[in-house]
Write a protein that binds this ligand. Structure first.
Ligand code: 13P
Length: 252
């Protein structure tokens, strides 16, 4: 049984003061929902104060990125241990990081290994561009991202990984993938690639989220799909009522 998970990726939004206000608005609505893991991922600068707020709640905290090295001369970077001080989760390999900050499958691989070694749950993003989608390359792209991004990771560790399938053309565009279309990518491309790495049992036990224009209005459609285990939510995670609706919809 894969436990549903809904994570809010706030991206580069909210000051620390604004983040505290948003979490205060979210907390009452997220309180009563059992059986759904829910996570907020604010910017680094808000992690300490949001961490204090979330103590003794069932709401998890995640970072949006981290470096794979333990420490050293990497100006501007944040280490796995620094993330672990406040967070249980870390988003890795988001398409915006791949597109604007030169992340590759190889750096994602290093980061996933570092996150697992630190006891963090990595939420690892994969997904094709619009051009690749139009060219029918979705399967090839996500298969490459899974095989290279998770190379050298043992099956026992793999079960702690969460994958998020985020077709790039659906991110922030309002052009969400159809629920059936997204499910087909999970079932026919992502789980088979994981099965190739770790065997079928592991591939079936790993949670896969859908991300890309998930809203309060369309979330339930995704959660009805057998292979979709939750959502990675961008824009709608900044609206408390919408995020609560999405988390509630994920309950099996
Ligand atoms: P939107 O929900 O704003 O499309 O963003 C999706 C996303 O990139 C989450 O990581």
């Amino acid at each position: 049984m894969r436990r549903p998970l809904v994570a809010g990726n706030w991206k580069m939004n909210k000051t620390a003061a604004q983040a505290v206000a948003l979490v205060n608005e979210l907390m009452p609505g997220l309180k009563g929902i059992s059986d759904v893991e829910r996570v907020v991922c604010p910017p680094f600068t808000s992690l300490p104060s949001v961490h204090d707020l979330l103590k003794n709640t069932e709401i998890g905290l995640g970072a949006q990125n981290m470096h794979f090295k333990a420490s050293g001369a990497y100006t501007g970077e944040v280490s796995p241990e620094m993330v672990k001080e406040f967070c249980q989760y870390v988003i890795l390999g988001h398409s915006e990081r791949r597109q604007y900050f030169a992340e590759t499958d190889a750096t994602v691989n290093e980061k996933v290994k570092a996150a697992l070694a630190m006891g963090l749950t990595p939420i690892v993003c994969v997904g094709e561009t619009e051009k690749e989608y139009d060219a029918g390359e979705t399967k090839a792209v996500v298969t490459r991202q899974i095989l290279a991004g998770f190379a050298g990771i043992a099956a026992a560790d793999a079960e702690k990984i969460v994958v998020a399938y985020e077709p790039i053309w659906a991110i922030g565009t309002g052009k969400a993938a159809t629920a059936e279309g997204a499910n087909a990518v999970l079932k026919d491309s992502i789980r088979p690639a994981m099965s190739q790495l770790w065997g079928e049992a592991a591939a079936q036990s790993i949670r896969i989220l859908y991300g890309g224009s998930v809203s309060a209005a369309n979330a339930a459609e995704y959660f009805k799909q057998p292979d979709i285990d939750g959502a990675l939510v961008g824009g709608a995670s900044l609206k408390p009522a919408d995020f609560v609706t999405i988390v509630t919809a994920a309950k099996k």
